[in-house]
Ligand binder design. Sequence first.
Ligand code: 5AD
Ligand code: SF4
Length: 456
Amino acid sequence: MSDARKRLFIKTYGCQMNVYDSERMKDVLHPLGYEPAEQPDGADLVILNTCHIREKAAEKVYSELGRLRPLKEAKADEGGMTIAVAGCVAQAEGAEIMKRAPVVDLVVGPQTYHKLPELIAKTHRARGEALDTEFEVEDKFDQLGNDRQVDGYTAFVTVQEGCDKFCTFCVVPYTRGAEWSRPVDQIVAEVRALAAKGVREVTLLGQNVNAFHGEAPAGSEADGPWGLGQLVRHLALIGGIERIRFTTSHPRDMDDDLINAFADTPKLMPYFHLPVQAGSDKILKAMNRQHTAEEYLAIIERLRAARPDIAISGDMIVGFPGETDKDFEATMQLVRDVNYASCFSFKYSKRPGTPGAAMFNQVAEELKTERLLALQALLNEQQVAFNESQIGRTLPVLFERVGRLDGQLHGRSPYLQAVHVEAPADMIGKIGNVRIEGASRNALSGILVTSEQSAA
Ligand code: 5AD
Ligand code: SF4
C-alpha cells in the first residue's frame, strides 16, 4: 500500500455490467492510492473496459490505444502511465492485444479484475507477464468485499454472471462464461452496505438475471437455492432501499414467483426489460432463443395482469441470417402487439466464433439498414406515446442530481423515464411526487407537488 495519490482513468464501453465492473475496479485500486480522473492525460493508470457484443469492438479499442500512445510517451519521465485492457474484448483477444499493441501493459478479463493490484505490480517488473483471463467468478466476489465507493443514490449490483443459452448471434457465453449466481447473503451484505451509504435504488445485474439461483441465506428454511423473486422480496426489507430493478432477463427463465413479485412488492419498479430479438418463430428458432413469439406475448400478458401499469422494454435484432420480408413483418407485428415503452434495436452483426457468423444466408447490409429504420420509426412512435400518456399523472420521482438548467433537478420515474423538475437541491436523494406536464421522446417534465420518502 502507498500513500502517494495516483490518478486512474477508466473508459467504459458496453453494458451496465461493465459499468458495475468499472466501479469495482476503482474500489480495488482505491487502497493503493488511485483516485478517479476525468481525463486520460497525465493519468498513472488507464483502463479500457471493453465490450465485444457488436461489430468493430476490437477496432475501437485499437484506435483508442493509438490515441493513448502519445499520452503515455509524454508521461514517460513523470512516473509513467500503465495501460490496461479489461472486459470482454480482453477476454476474447487478450494474447492478440498484447502482441499487436505494445502500448498495453496488462490485460485482465471480467472474472479476474480483483487481481489488478497484483497484476500492476507484475507489470512494473516486466511487461508481458500480466495477462489474466481465467474464469474465477466466485473468487472475484469473495475478494471484492463490500466497501464500495458510492457516487450518488442509485447503484448497480451484480447478482448473476454468465450465460448458458448460446443464442446463435451472441458472444456472451464465450466471453462471460457459464451461468453463475452469487450467494444471497453476499448480495444482502453488499446492498445493506450501499443503503448505509445513502443508496436508495439498486439495479440487480446479470446477463441472465432471472436465471438467478443463489445459495439460500444462512438459517433459511427453504430447500435449495433462491430464485430472483425471493431475492427481490428479501432486498425490499432493507431499510433505506426504496426502489429495486433488475436486468437483463430471458423469456425462458420467467417464473410465476417473479411475475407475482411485480404484484406484491411495491419497491420492485413497474418497468421490465425482456428482450425478444425477433417476431418470427423461424428466426427465433435459428437464433436458438428456445421460445416462440406467442410464448413471449403470453408472458407479457401475465406481467400486465400482475401489474397493469408495467412498462415493457426490449431488444430487437434485424437482418439475422435468413430473415425474409415476411419474417421482418412478424417482428413489426410483435412490436405492435407488445407496445413497448422503450426498446433497443440493432442490425445483426457477425460475431467471430458464433454459429450465426457461419450461416450462409446473410442479409445484405442495405436491407438491414432499411428494416432498422422502419422498426425504429415504429418504436419511436411507441416511446413518444408512452411518455405522453404520463401527462396529467402524478409520479413518484427519485431525484438523482442537479439538472442542466439552473434550479432544475434530474430524476427518474418508476418507469425509468428521465424527469426534469424545478426543485430545491435538498431533494436530491429523495423521492418527490411530480405532476407531469410535458413529455418528449427522452424525458418528462413537471411540477413538484409533494415531497415524501416513499416508494411507488
Ligand atoms: N448483432 C446484433 N445485436 C446483437 N446483440 C447481441 N449480439 C448481437 C449481434 N451479434 C444485441 C441483442 C442483445 C443486446 C445486448 O445486444 O439484442 O439483447
Ligand atoms: Fe447472449 Fe442469448 Fe445469453 Fe442473452 S441469453 S447473453 S443474448 S446468449
